[in-house]
Design a protein around this ligand. Structure first.
Ligand code: G3I
Length: 337
């Protein structure tokens, strides 16, 4: 047993968890989100592929059900996500640049208006920074059709539809100093143009061996220096310290270790120390207002299928719902994993 995380970290940051209906309705996971979290993110239900069945035609049911669950249980909702290069129907990109822009603006207006007053924030644009040093902006379909202005278009449309909801850019690998510098260049360009932006979401899909606390500290400090709010939006700590080649081509991905009790115990210990190191950095940043794990318990995690199919246990609670060494490590300084 560990104390309720939302109580333990009260006054510092909110504790969130991401879930699909199969997650927040799961008999193992639901008691955990109710005990520990005061924020929830839909793992998929707020994405364009889930909401927009055709231009101007919406299916709100799954997303509205999540909002109802949150409201009934005193959870705030992070909206995730309006503009992404994945989980977005192909019809968005039909026609001329003017058609695409109009469709993007209409989509954002409709969706932000539908949820007006019900969400604390939106990840307006997701994963827009280039992964390599040859460019600042990701060469996504949005970038290819509308140029870098698609980000400004999206942020302005969101602000116009709901002046109170906080607007975020959300990205992964902000803990990589080079990628983070590109994201900050992008943010500076937006700020110079007076584009509305309230915060940066750091996904923090990390592993037991990387990043260092200093890398995370660097990212949180850089965002605060721009006058923006920090959120940690998708935290999980993979058991595998895969080489870069694994992500590029699945070559060299580490083999499943979950059948080896000795190796697994060692990895869970390393994971606990990594979670503790990360939370110790989080606690030093008043600009950090929310920390969300990408899932509730190890019985459901996207990392089971990424980058390869194998067992992974990246969250704070195990598949049976019990607190893992990681959960103890972040709530009890004296605990030795
Ligand atoms: O809904 C369909 C279902 O009808 C179908 O039978 C089934 C068969 O594959 O697929 C279902 O859709 C899946 C969807 O999750 C809902 O379960 C998609 O195939 C699958 O690709 C999708 O994966 C999601 C992924 O984003 C998409 O890229 C993961 O659940 C979700 O955890 C993941 O989340 C992302 C964040 O949004 C952004 N940051 C990275 C993070 C991890 O990839």
């Amino acid at each position: 047993e560990v104390p309720a995380l939302k109580t333990h970290f009260a006054g510092k940051f909110r504790i969130g968890m991401a879930a699909d209906p199969s997650g927040y309705q799961d008999p193992i996971a639901q008691p955990l989100i109710l005990k520990h979290a005061n924020s929830i993110t839909a793992e998929n239900a707020f994405k364009p592929a889930s909401l927009a069945t055709a231009p101007g035609v919406y299916n709100w049911a799954t997303a509205d059900a999540l909002v109802a669950f949150a409201t009934a249980n005193n959870l705030v909702v992070r909206g995730h996500t309006l503009v992404w290069h994945q989980q977005t129907p192909d019809w968005f990109f039909n026609g001329t640049a003017a058609d695409i822009r109009a469709r993007l603006e209409a989509y954002i207006t409709d969706v932000v208006t539908h949820f007006k007053g019900k969400l604390t924030c939106w990840d307006v644009v997701n994963e827009c920074t280039s992964d390599d040093g040859s460019a600042v902006y990701r060469n996504s379909r949005w970038y290819q059709t509308l140029g870098p202005q698609y980000i400004e278009i999206a942020l302005r449309a969101a602000r116009a539809a709901d002046p109170n909801v906080k607007l975020f850019i959300n990205d992964y690998s902000t803990e990589d100093p080079a990628k983070f510098a590109r994201l900050m260049t992008l943010v500076s360009e937006l700020q110079a143009r007076g584009v509305p932006l309230d915060g940066i979401g750091h996904q923090l899909h990390v592993s037991t061996g990387t990043p260092t606390p200093a890398n995370v500290d660097n990212a949180l400090r850089g965002v605060a220096a721009k006058g923006l709010i920090n959120h940690v939006t998708e935290l999980d700590v993979s058991l595998y310290d895969d080489p870069g080649s694994c992500f590029a081509s699945k070559a060299g991905c580490l083999a499943d270790l979950t059948g080896d009790p000795v190796a697994l115990a060692a990895a869970l210990k390393k994971q606990a120390l990594q979670y503790r190191a990360l939370f110790n950095v989080f606690l030093q940043h008043p600009s950090l207002q929310s920390v969300t794990t990408w899932g509730i318990a190890d019985n459901h995690t996207w990392l089971t299928g990424f980058p390869i199919n194998r067992g992974n246990r990246p969250l704070l609670f195990d598949a049976a719902g019990a607190a893992k060494p990681a959960a103890r490590a972040i709530t009890d300084d004296a605990y030795v994993p």
